[in-house]
Design a protein around this ligand. Sequence first.
Ligand code: FAD
Length: 496
Amino acid sequence: MNDKKIKKVVIAGGGTAGWMAAAALSKLLGKTIDVSLIESDEIPTVGVGEATIPTLHVFHRLLGINEQEFMAATNATFKLGISFENWRDVGKDYIHSFGFLDKGCWAAGFHHFWLKGRQQGIAADFGDYIAEHLACREGKFAVLANQERNHAYHLDAGLYAKFLRNIAEKHDCTRIEGKISKVNLNEDNGFINSLTLASGQTIEGDLFLDCTGFKALLIEGALHTGFEDWSHLLPCDSAIAVQTKTVTESVPYTRSIARDSGWQWQIPLQNRTGNGFVFCSKYMTDEEAKQTLLDNIEGELLNEPRVIKYKTGTRRKHWNKNCIAVGLSSGFIEPLESTGIHLFQKSILRLMLMFPANGIIQAEVEEFNHQTKTEIDYIKDFIILHYHLTDRKDTQFWRHCSSMAIPPTLSQRMSLFKESGKMFESSGDLFGESSWIQVMLGQGLMPEQYHPIVDLMDDEALTSYLNNIKSGVKRKVNNWPNHNDFINHYCKSLNM
Ligand SMILES: Cc1cc2nc3c(=O)[nH]c(=O)nc-3n(C[C@H](O)[C@H](O)[C@H](O)COP(=O)(O)OP(=O)(O)OC[C@H]3O[C@@H](n4cnc5c(N)ncnc54)[C@H](O)[C@@H]3O)c2cc1C
């Protein structure tokens, strides 16, 4: 144990991660600790990261963020899922929506009933039984007091950081402008004592959050924590991002379109579209990737396409000595399921739960690292599933992905589902039953059996059970207005 009381927290870096941490720490713990954030106007943020998942509500609720204000300030639109196009095979699309499946019964989930219905020719598409899925297809959205729906947002990352900065500064977080040039360590225990800026100013602290993005100046540059490399499992290592003027109505979902050696994203905001292409440099040059992206976007370019290089993997420890990595400094999986911001938020919330006010306890550090690593490993498996479980054999990249060795935890889940139709949620797994099933079915993994309890229902009862759920979903979504119309009425951007 290091019994130095934690009074002063220093956040290094002011991208999405830095300002999320600053807003949360200053608002929730600001009365007992001193929070400061160092960022440099000379070093730009990575400038991507605009699609989120529904867990962001937890963070916003804690911070007391009003949805309409936040959306108007960040040009946000609603997101109900992701449309995966050409992933299973060229021309075959599916949606991974945020919706939950109907309950089924105590012994077998809804999909077992659907599987039998499908065999009997009486079931519709799986997505017809999930309101969020149908609403994606129909471009609809509503916030209604008496109706549940599971949604997230597409947001402008720069405006989001600015929005959070306002909250942080209102709660007395001090912003320090400057470039960190040196990390000063305590010679006895290797803990970080202070950061020296290019101006010569020294900032001392008790606890440091490394939010310096891919640079990982503190956690790796100074503490040499080590990195677990996942390039053999997630081979994409580059992205090109560009923004365009919006030319069509914004849809309530992210588009993810598989291409020859990677995939393209389209993220609709109120005023523009965020576009990008994630690719594997082993199979495609930057120039080829740029051309692929430019050939497949609509609307006037609002900036120059920018190449971002990365390595997939995770820091060996997310909390090391008195430094916690939050954001890209902690590692990077892949933007495919928009899990980056979620992981930042989880690390911040985990830190709140384990805040070491009276000194750093090693057992707490280990618990933090264990929980973080467990969650990341589940997400990693879920992302690999999309690449590996494909019928695509048309390019070297897809042949590699479909034949590569995958973690045993993932092959076990795939075999269980294929052979028995069973899917069990694991504690600590961000993606629940509904997500795994939608993606496995969407990528073409059809179970060979359903649970025998389904046979207790005769064909007539099964037909009416399935039809009732489907018509309930249809009725619900029919009442929702067009997504664009709803945004204009509910949270029109303040920046247009
Ligand atoms: C291609 C791509 C797409 C992504 N898409 C998504 C997505 O859709 N959804 C999602 O949830 N996540 C996504 N992510 C992950 C992540 O959410 C974003 O990348 C996010 O913007 C990263 O924020 P960050 O704060 O960690 O890093 P950055 O934005 O890079 O911020 C780093 C900060 O550190 C500062 N800094 C660095 N060095 C110094 C220094 N020496 N002195 C002072 N300051 C310094 C910089 O000025 C900056 O303020 C994506 C990532 C990539 C690479």
